[in-house]
Design a protein around this ligand. Structure first.
Ligand SMILES: [Zn+2]
Length: 280
C-alpha cells in the first residue's frame, strides 16, 4: 500500500503591520494587513483577518459552501488583525462552519469582543446576524488544539500591548510558526519564543522596525526589529525565515535593502509578500 501525503500550502494574503499601505511604493510586497493561511486537504487554517483576508475570500469564492473546514486563529484584536473580519463573516461561503479561536480579554469572550467591532454605528450588520453559522473558542497561550489526525496547532504568549498569541502548526511535512506581534526585550531575545520556534520549517516573524527605531522612538510599541527576527531564526534553528508585519512607511526598495542586511545574519530569509506561496 502506498501512502500519499497531502500537500500543505501556505499563502500570505496580507503582510503589512499597523495600517494598510496601498500605493505605487508597496505594490510588489503588498499593502494589506496581516492574513496568512495554511491549507491541508479540506482544512483551511487562517491566521488573522487583516485587510488581506479579502484576497483570501476572493481566492476561495468558488469553493462550494461547506467544502472547507475553516479555522480562524486570531493573534489579538488590534485593528490591523481584524479589519477584514466583518466582511469575511459576510462573504458568501466564509461564515458557514467557521470556527474562530482567540483569547478572552477584560472579562469578554471572543464572540463579545468581535461583536463590538460589528456593533452600530460602526458597522451596518451586527455579528448576531451571521454568528449562528460560527463557533467561538477561547484559546490560551501554551496550549494546543487538535484540528485533524495529522494537523494541530500550539500557542505561545507574545510580548505586545494587551497581549498577543503566537501560533505553530504541526503537520507530517513540517511546521509553520507565526510570531506577530512581538517585542523582544532590549536585553535579549525572548527565550520562550526561541523555544517555541525551535526547528520550525517556516517561521514568519514580526520585523516592523529597524534596530534604531525599536530601541528609540518605537520602544514599547510591541514589535521586533528585523535583526531580532534573524537572530531568533538563527537561535531557534528554523529552516526558513519570512519577515512580515512590514512597517506601512517602508517602500518595496527599502524592504529589499532590509532583506540583504538580514541575510548576512540568517541567509535563509525572504520577505513575506502578498504573492508568496509555499509548500511544506
Ligand atoms: Zn499588528
Amino acid at each position: 500500500m502506498t501512502l500519499t501525503r497531502v500537500n500543505t500550502e501556505v499563502r500570505f494574503w496580507g503582510v503589512r503591520g499597523s495600517m494598510p499601505a496601498p500605493g505605487p511604493h508597496t505594490v510588489r510586497v503588498g499593502g494589506n494587513t496581516t492574513c496568512v493561511s495554511l491549507q491541508q486537504g479540506d482544512y483551511l487554517l487562517i491566521f488573522d483577518a487583516g485587510t488581506g483576508v479579502r484576497r483570501l475570500d476572493e481566492h476561495f469564492a468558488a469553493a462550494p459552501i461547506g467544502s472547507l473546514h475553516k479555522r480562524l486563529f486570531l493573534s489579538h484584536y488590534h485593528w490591523d488583525h481584524i479589519w477584514g473580519l466583518p466582511f469575511h463573516c459576510l462573504a458568501p461561503n466564509s461564515a458557514d462552519g467557521l470556527e474562530i479561536f482567540g483569547e478572552d480579554k477584560d472579562g469578554l469572550s471572543v464572540e463579545q469582543i468581535l461583536a463590538r467591532q460589528m456593533a452600530a454605528p460602526i458597522f451596518p450588520v451586527p455579528l448576531e446576524r451571521v454568528s449562528g453559522k460560527m463557533h467561538f473558542h477561547t484559546i490560551r497561550p501554551d496550549s494546543a488544539v487538535a484540528i485533524a489526525p495529522d494537523l494541530d496547532v500550539s500557542t505561545c504568549a507574545l510580548r505586545h500591548p494587551q497581549s498577543a498569541i503566537g501560533y505553530r502548526t504541526h503537520t507530517p511535512g513540517g511546521s509553520l510558526c507565526i510570531i506577530t506581534d512581538h517585542e523582544h526585550p532590549d536585553e535579549g531575545l525572548s527565550q520562550q519564543v526561541v523555544d517555541f520556534a525551535t526547528g520550525a520549517t517556516i517561521m514568519v516573524h514580526d520585523a516592523q522596525y529597524s534596530p534604531e527605531e525599536k530601541r528609540g522612538p518605537k520602544s514599547g510599541w510591541g514589535h521586533s526589529s528585523w535583526d531580532e527576527a534573524a537572530l531568533t531564526a538563527k537561535q531557534a534553528g528554523v529552516e526558513r525565515l519570512f519577515l512580515s508585519h512590514h512597517d506601512p512607511a517602508r517602500s518595496d526598495d527599502e524592504l529589499q535593502e532590509v532583506l540583504q542586511r538580514v541575510r548576512r545574519i540568517f541567509p535563509a530569509t525572504e520577505l513575506a509578500t502578498e504573492t508568496t506561496v509555499l509548500e511544506i
